[in-house]
Design a protein around this ligand. Sequence first.
Ligand code: CS2
Ligand code: MG
Length: 402
Amino acid sequence: MSRIERAEVFVASPGRTFVTLRITTSDGVVGLGDATLNGRELAVASYLRDHLVPLLIGKDPARIEDMWQYLYRGAYWRRGPVTMTAIAAVDTALWDIKGKVAGLPVYQLLGGRSRDGVLVYSHASGRDTAELLDDVERFLSLGYEAVRAQAAVPEVGGTYGVRKGKLYEPAAAALPDEQPWDTEAYLNFAPTYLEAVRERFGFGFHLLHDVHHRLTPLEAARFGKAVEPCRLFWMEDPTPAENQEAFRLIRQHTTTPIATGEVLNSIWDVQTLITEQLIDYVRTTVVHAGGLTHLRRIFDLAALYGVRTGSHGATDLSPVSMAAAVHLDVAVPNFGIQEYMGHADETLEVFRGGPTLADGMLHPTEVPGLGVEYDEKAAERFPYQARYLPVARRLDGSVHDW
Ligand code: CS2
Ligand code: MG
């Protein structure tokens, strides 16, 4: 019987930092898992190297569910982004191996296709409304059917989501970049540029916006009401989601659809949001919510309550977890939309293969497994660089949610 013979953890910064787990079986079959936690990467690398890898050697790679239960219940200290990202990497690698052993792309192991392609959205942004409108036009001309819009709030340096280079990369500094934030200025300005997008381009495409955890529940209710005429596909992370019950207040005041979950990492962290239908899209991911095994459970609970999927897919999710995401997206019945930002050229030198983009949709690979390879030699050219996510401070100097 095949056994796990080797489990290696690679930390490299091709374009940005990624942590990748590679499991090799006694039959020489290789599986990959993404273990990247933006700004806290080495914590997961150590959790894997120092605590999980010794448990993997000699185990049966085919026993995916048993491994998940063993690593989750055996941790004693449950949940949290570090633990669930480490478990996710192992889980994803074992699904990759199972697909290769079966000679099937992973989506065939998840029930097969429910749709021909996976609708995606990408990120338009601008330092002002005019620049944002040009960027929205660019993405629409590239064939995207869904576009997220974010513009810098005048006089406030810390607006989330405004791209500086080719890709939006918030983890850009060797120490946290402290950015000013002014909620009133945001609440006065953001509805104006979302209205400007609709005025210029109409309603023939999906328009999304990420509030990025910045508002209180009542402010979020006020924002949701203000943008109802824009008919957003969703307003994302309107308020910090640890307080799931807080979404009841938002729900009472506005019909603007709500998406949350990218920073959450277990079914228990989204249970109230889903079972009380406080959200319309759940954004949990393969890499941060325990892998395909656990994410499928979250998506199946969501399906019972009419909640659709809308997984996070920023550049800090590696091509491995993006490939796994598309294999699940194409199979689940309650798919909503997949965030997709693409990756830097350096990243694609290290991670080979993965889903293809055509006509605003991602399509999974048809090769056995996940369809991504990790080029260890290429990765050696990109040594690890410590990068932090920013910290937001209100104008009075107190810390705010970034
Ligand atoms: C954002 C991300 O893509 C999104 O919806 O929330 O840019 C997020 O800020 C980063 O992934 C954090 O690492
Ligand atoms: Mg977000």
